[in-house]
Design a protein around this ligand. Structure first.
Ligand code: NAI
Ligand code: MG
Length: 497
């Protein structure tokens, strides 16, 4: 039986968007979408495959010439209209996100819906910035550059902030004059389809196409399609490598926003409540820590180790786990069985490790209301080592490791001893230490004394295996979704006749 809410009933048998039409998969096959808070089915979605990819890419290629000739500021104006229309439906969108992702409405899903409208608004204002340069070769030559779109963009997105991450590809790609085929994540496609519905009210057919289906079966053919001129992927580092191989085969540009194991370095002068709040925010506990920027390795100065962990224990234990749709809930559910099992596996390993001390948390409840869903309990392990699996691998769940340090250089060395380099957090009153450390850390984004999420305008992306390219910003749009052409004109040709 499908579980219905008034907002959501119409998505019960969701359809994909191809060439301006809402369609079933060519094979007719469907996939279930579950509510992670109670494991009940909320909808089914088309199980798209190679044939559907073919139709969507054809539609995008057909729409490209006309769309690329719409003046950039007009394309921007369309994004502004989409922003307004999304804003008018924020609450509906937020509830769908909460229902399918398990992210709590108040702390996560509603802010995600609001931020999505902001993303369309931000990029909508940037149409006029798609400008080129003139190159001063002298009076006899006019040399200038143009920012041209790439063509059909293939985008693949994950489930953790599905609508926001989708908007971060749709808005800049379309403002820059590309057309798009996006594959939504199989676990969280409904919010993305609703966003697509809103977009489609303002867009010509084929400019935006949204497919649903599984990774290899639907994402694979999209990544390999010869007509796709650019690949933009957000998700695991493992799949990022597959996408990059597919791009290499055809020499198409690729942007990758991948995983992280981001360090938080806490100095001895920072044993304070606001820092504890910041660590909780940076760890994204209220998103079940299913965030690529989660500050999941905490390097705590040895002098404040126990006292800081005591404060952290009190504050985290005050957070309420429960029904994502309940306004009182701080922390919702993990996305699916596979991720839940994986997270529990890490907790189990921590419990068994002799050198590690469980500070709080542990395995999820086996009975009661919470056992009906994939509810993982916020958990902290203290250990001297930065070398064990829990300190090295992206857990993508609420499991934080605390590691003591004494020497600043040693803290920085441990922080950088990772194949990831997405985000980092530094906590101290001493501006010299803070900036020295911020500059020494190998990460695309370092925050000092705050643990916030990304904002439009900030060039966001990873070092090392956390990714290639930047998003969220003007430069992100220009570098990821346009190519430069230079035109050089000789002004000294003899006059005809
Ligand atoms: P994933 O990377 O497998 O999935 C992301 C997207 O890629 C989905 O739309 C999926 O259908 C698609 N995909 C999967 N395999 C593909 C393939 N062979 N070709 C083309 N597309 C493909 O992530 P998954 O399995 O959901 O989560 C596994 C781990 O990945 C998590 O535990 C976490 O560590 C990491 N992750 C990181 C994210 C981030 O934002 N950096 C987001 C989601 C997951
Ligand atoms: Mg996967």
């Amino acid at each position: 039986m499908l579980e219905k809410t008034p907002d959501q009933a119409k998505l019960e048998h969701a359809r994909m968007l191809i060439d301006g039409k809402w369609t079933q998969s060519a094979s007719g096959a469907v996939l279930p979408v579950l509510n992670p808070a109670n494991r009940r089915q909320i909808a089914d979605i088309p199980r798209g495959g190679a044939e559907d990819v073919e139709l969507a890419v054809k539609a995008a290629a057909k729409a490209f010439p006309a769309w690329s000739r719409v003046p950039p500021r007009e394309r921007g104006r369309i994004m502004l209209r989409i922003a307004d229309a999304l804003e008018a439906r924020v609450e509906e969108l937020a509830r769908i996100i909460a229902l399918e992702t398990g992210n709590a409405l108040r702390t996560q899903a509603r802010p995600e819906a609001k931020n999505t409208a902001d993303i369309f608004r931000y990029f909508g204002g940037l149409g006029g910035e798609l400008k080129g340069e003139t190159i001063p070769f002298g009076e006899h030559v006019l040399s200038y550059t143009r920012r041209e779109p790439l063509g059909v963009v293939g985008a693949i997105i994950p489930w953790n902030a599905p609508v926001l991450l989708g908007a971060l590809k749709i808005a800049p790609a379309l403002v820059a004059g590309n057309t798009l085929v996006m594959k939504a994540a199989e676990d969280a496609p409904l919010g993305v389809l609703m966003m697509a519905q809103v977009c489609q009210e303002f867009l010509p057919p084929g400019v935006l196409n949204v497919l649903t289906g599984l990774g290899e079966e639907c994402g694979g053919p999209l990544a390999q399609h010869p007509t796709v001129r650019k690949l933009s992927f957000t998700g695991s580092t493992e799949v990022g490598k597959i996408i990059m191989h597919a791009a290499a085969d055809r020499i198409v540009p690729v942007s990758l926003e991948l995983g992280g194991k981001s360090p938080s370095i806490v100095y001895p002068d920072a044993d304070e409540d606001w820092v504890v709040d910041g660590i909780i925010a940076a760890m994204r506990f209220t998103r079940q820590s299913q965030s690529c920027t989660a500050g999941s390795r905490m390097f705590l100065h040895a002098d404040i180790f126990d006292s800081f962990l005591d404060k952290l224990t009190t504050k985290v234990q005050a957070l309420k786990l429960g029904d994502p749709l309940d306004e009182a809930t701080d922390i919702g559910a993990i996305i699916n069985e596979k991720q839940f099992t994986k997270v529990c596996g890490y907790v189990q390993e921590g419990l068994q490790r002799k050198d590690a001390r469980l500070v709080f948390g542990g395995l999820p409840p086996k009975e009661g209301k919470l056992s009906e869903g994939y509810f993982a309990v916020p958990t902290v392990f203290a250990d001297k080592s930065n070398d064990w699996r829990l300190a090295r691998e992206e857990i993508f769940g609420p499991v934080l490791v605390a590691i003591p340090w004494r020497d600043e250089a040693e803290a920085i060395r441990m922080a950088n001893d990772s194949h990831y380099g997405l985000a980092a957090y530094v906590w101290t009153h001493d501006i010299g230490s803070a900036l020295r450390t911020a500059h020494a850390i190998e990460s695309g984004w370092v925050q000092v004394n705050q643990g916030l999420g990304q904002s439009p305008g900030h060039s966001y992306g990873g070092y090392k295996q956390s990714g290639i390219g930047r998003e969220f910003s003007l430069e992100g749009m220009l570098d990821s979704f346009t190519q430069r052409k230079n035109v050089t004109v000789n002004l000294t040709t003899p006059r005809a006749g």
